[in-house]
Design a protein. Structure first.
Length: 280
């Protein structure tokens, strides 16, 4: 009995000694991923820390470039700029075709021989003009269409007399007659002609593109860009400024530029004293 008690007492003492040495033994034990090579730690870590690759390499994380789509007005002007160089396209009354350069040259040659006919009679006399040729109204309508802006064909005479409500039904807005309100991409309606404004160079002056038979391309006419001219002297008074309704709505949604407000200058003791001396 005494022997059993002695053995129990011995085991109890050994257990107490082991508990007292446990922290030191645990610190010495090579357990876990801390002693593994760096490249193998994550394989044994149940909760690995996921960091951006740029932080591992010591570089700043690359920010994705924001996709910036051009505005509707920019898209419209890009299409107009494309046609600015296609001066070989002749003016054809009622025409709305852009064919090959050869077809355009054939149309120009035919109209040149029949220039004595009325403008409305020339297309019927020149079959080649069915392949290439435009008038002013079809030209601006084509630019809108290629820019992805819905705009039905409307003759110049009809555009002059449409009410604002009917203009909106045709995706147009009447801006008025004041040239200060005109913006690039607007249509300037004259008595018997329509042009597209490309840029403002002054209060009443600017650049525009149009198709006309009364230009430097002889008796055939064609595409022309007019630079820095008085917009009311080139073809007479502007009767209406028309803007596509989608562009007008985009302009209204755009945030207005906040006026720059400068803080008042700080009044130092010397400045105040100088102001008082001057007042005396």
């Amino acid at each position: 009995m005494r022997r059993i008690r002695s053995d129990i007492r011995g085991l109890f003492m050994v257990a107490i000694a082991l508990l007292a040495c446990a922290p030191s033994l645990m610190a010495m034990a090579p357990v876990g991923p801390m002693f593994l090579p760096h490249q193998n730690r994550d394989a044994f870590d149940p909760f690995p820390m996921i960091l951006p690759a740029a932080l591992h390499s010591g570089e700043e994380a690359a920010q994705p470039a924001a996709a910036t789509a051009p505005s509707l007005r920019d898209s419209l002007l890009q299409v107009a700029d494309k046609y600015a160089g296609e001066t070989y396209i002749p003016y054809v009354w009622g025409g709305d075709a852009v064919g090959s350069k050869r077809a355009c040259e054939q149309c120009r040659a035919c109209i040149g021989m029949r220039h004595h006919l009325k403008v409305s009679k020339q297309p019927a006399s020149c079959q080649a003009c069915k392949q290439c040729g435009m008038d002013c109204s079809h030209f601006v309508q084509r630019i809108f269409r290629e820019a992805g802006l819905s705009f039905p064909y409307l003759p110049t005479m009809q555009l002059k007399h449409l009410t604002p409500a009917k203009l909106r039904l045709n995706n147009l807005v009447d801006v008025g007659r004041d040239l200060h309100l005109a913006k690039p991409g607007d249509l300037l309606l004259h008595k018997n002609h329509i042009v597209m404004l490309l840029d403002k160079t002054g209060a009443r002056s600017g650049d525009f593109i149009h198709v006309s038979r009364l230009i430097k391309h002889g008796k055939v006419g064609g595409v022309e860009v007019v630079h820095d001219t008085d917009l009311e002297k080139y073809r007479g008074k502007v009767l209406r400024i028309l803007r596509h309704i989608a562009i007008d709505q985009a302009d209204k949604r755009a945030p207005a530029a906040k006026p720059l407000v400068l803080p008042p200058p700080s009044k130092s003791y010397d400045q105040t004293r100088l102001r008082i001396v001057r007042a005396e």
